[in-house]
Design a protein around this ligand. Structure first.
Ligand SMILES: [Ca+2]
Ligand SMILES: [Ca+2]
Length: 215
């Protein structure tokens, strides 16, 4: 249901002469990482060219601890064993000009592939300032989440950080974090409308008929 609402809302932003654009921030398709934590208070950070991934075990009520955060198989996947709560952060250094100058209608977009029965919370910050926060209900499957941001928010780039946590034992899989925008610089290609072509065809047929009668 979310997907349709997002499509309708984004379509309404488009006007004549404007094209929809999309730029991926992270598809999680490269730069595999794997964090495995086995104690309360344990923490690890793995940084590569694509992103920085961190996880910390905040608490556990049912030993042993087996908490994971990974980018494997093209997705971001977090698991917590029964009774465990971890906090996971994913950070990206965004270059200036990630969206074209003059773009409007900016939206962050990501896909919640699957959550277990636990609610989870998602927060995005840019250079430490919160830009979005939402609770994802337990049992969410294949749901796109989009949220609008100021058109000039990313003009200078910055450090984008996603923070995830949830109810005891929470699991969550995400994919495809990116940006929707409307690029006013790109005009729509001019394509003759079918009705115009039909009228031209009828006109030619009429001329041909007149010529036949005269002959
Ligand atoms: Ca992917
Ligand atoms: Ca779990």
């Amino acid at each position: 249901m979310h997907k349709k609402l997002i499509a309708a809302a984004f379509g309404a932003l488009l006007s004549a002469g404007a094209n929809a654009g999309f730029v991926a921030i992270d598809t999680f398709d490269s730069g595999d990482q794997s964090i495995v934590l086995n104690a309360v208070g344990a923490t690890d950070t793995q940084t590569n060219a694509e992103r920085s991934l961190s996880a910390t075990v905040d608490s556990s009520t049912v030993p042993p601890v087996a908490s994971t955060a990974s980018v494997v198989g093209g997705i971001l996947d977090v698991t917590n064993g029964t009774g465990e709560i971890s906090t996971v952060t994913v950070g990206w250094s965004l270059a200036a000009g990630i969206v074209p100058a003059g773009a409007t209608g900016l939206q962050f977009l990501f896909t919640v592939l699957e959550s277990d029965q636990n609610p989870t919370s998602i927060e995005f910050t840019l250079d430490g300032t919160q830009v979005f926060s939402e609770s994802i209900p337990g049992g969410t499957v294949n749901d796109d989440v989009a949220f609008g941001i100021a058109d000039d928010l990313l003009d200078a780039g910055g450090f984008l950080e996603l923070t995830l946590t949830g109810g005891s034992g929470w699991d969550l899989a995400l994919d495809s974090i990116g940006l929707n925008f409307v690029d006013p610089e790109t005009p729509n290609p001019t394509v003759p409308e079918p009705i115009s072509l039909a009228l031209v065809g009828l006109g030619l047929a009429g001329i041909a008929g007149v010529r036949r009668r005269k002959a």
